[in-house]
Design a binder for this molecule. Structure first.
Ligand code: NAD
Length: 346
């Protein structure tokens, strides 16, 4: 059993990771600021477990984080805390800079002191969870760990800065860090502002389905449970200083995703086929919108034995079922955050 300090553990991917770690018997301290993105109910199954603790704190707060490291004495840090929504970064970039850059710098500083004071344990790991969006748009082919950084949104630029800081701390201070870059995640408990939940919810509610531009943008969709398995493999088997990419190597256009969701929701709600599709609405494209992302997972398969297990077809059907079965969950979130009703699309 290990002690893992997980930041952002109340968010979409973090909560899936925390549920998995606690189920495996690990001790988890979830440090989460509980921003609008913290998901109510996502940690119900671990709340009250003696191996699970939650600290409502900002990763950019030096004294609180220093105290948390001293008290919890983690073997592993997994940093998922972030501002994560591209559209929000366009409206107001500043929170992205403070959490995704300054927060990471603070966490690295605190982690390095903790690791040095503890005798520089070679088994210690600092796993930084990042995105393929740092590589920008790729017209064909796929990203590899050595792909050049070309971020094009305030969100992806802030994540790129965080990745660079993590690598700098590895080279400068020897902190045993690992960077992971994953493609777009989907699955249960994702905030309704993100593309797939938003499309499912709006389709179920018979609202228009806004698609940026012509809808031919391509994304490589990974199920959140596959990403979590990748993160577990990264800290258990990964080498310090390495980068691991998690994705499927397959892409789908946003239009294909929207149509697939309409078909699945129509079937779930026993509506005539293509009812949802009639509400697809093309809206003005997002500034700096990346056209295509795709990850080559072969190196992660070779080095970590990891590969995505869930096909998009099966994973998406399960996700649609989950949102249709849990409408009270997303209704309460939408009511408390009117933004998702405006039809923003990732
Ligand atoms: P999310 O927005 O669902 O959750 C982020 C969590 O971080 C929230 O619980 C929030 O309260 C917390 N948080 C925000 N600022 C904080 C701060 N200053 N201190 C402490 N906690 C703070 O994000 P997600 O989709 O679960 O993504 C998790 C990580 O994975 C992020 O770093 C993101 O960049 C990365 N990532 C996400 C995707 C994706 O498709 N969702 C893909 C690749 C990488």
């Amino acid at each position: 059993m290990k002690r893992l300090l997980v930041t952002g553990g109340s968010g979409f991917i973090g909560s899936a990771l925390v549920r998995s770690l606690v189920a495996q018997g690990h001790g988890v301290l979830n440090v989460d600021l509980q921003t609008y993105a913290a998901l109510p109910g996502a940690l119900d199954e671990v709340d009250g477990e003696p191996t699970y603790q939650h600290l409502a704190a900002d990763i950019a707060d030096f004294s609180v984080m220093s105290e948390a490291f001293r008290e919890f004495d983690p073997h592993v840090v997994v940093n998922l805390a972030a501002e994560s929504h591209v559209d929000r970064s366009i409206d107001n970039a500043w929170p992205f800079m403070t959490t995704n850059i300054l927060g990471v710098a603070n966490l690295l500083t605190v982690a390095t002191s903790h690791w040095a004071e503890g005798g520089r344990d070679p088994e210690f790991r600092f796993v930084h969870v990042s995105t393929d969006e740092v590589f920008g748009s790729i017209p064909f082919g796929s990203f590899a760990a050595e792909s050049q950084y070309r971020p094009r949104s305030p969100y992806s630029a802030s994540k790129a800065a965080g990745d660079h800081l993590v690598r700098a701390w590895f080279h400068t201070y020897g902190l045993p860090t690992i960077v992971t870059n994953s493609s777009n995640n989907y699955g249960p408990f994702q905030h309704p502002e993100k593309l797939i939940p938003m499309m499912i919810i709006r389709s179920a509610e018979s609202l228009s389905l806004p698609i940026y531009g012509n809808g031919f943008q391509e994304r490589d969709w990974i199920h959140v449970d596959d990403h979590v398995r990748g993160l577990l493999a990264a800290y258990e088997l990964g080498d310090p200083g390495e980068t691991y990419l998690f994705g499927t190597g397959e892409t789908h256009t946003n239009l294909f995703v929207a149509k697939s969701i309409c078909r699945l929701v129509d079937s779930q709600l026993s509506r005539p086929p293509r009812t949802g599709e009639q509400s697809i609405e093309f809206v003005e494209d997002r500034p700096g919108h990346d056209f295509r992302y795709c990850i080559d997972p072969t190196e992660s398969t070779r080095k970590l034995g990891w590969r995505a297990a869930e096909s998009f077809e099966v994973g998406l059907a399960g996700t649609v079922d989950w949102y249709c079965d849990n409408s009270s969950w997303w209704r309460s979130l939408i009511d408390s955050d009117a933004i998702s009703r405006k039809g923003r699309a990732r």
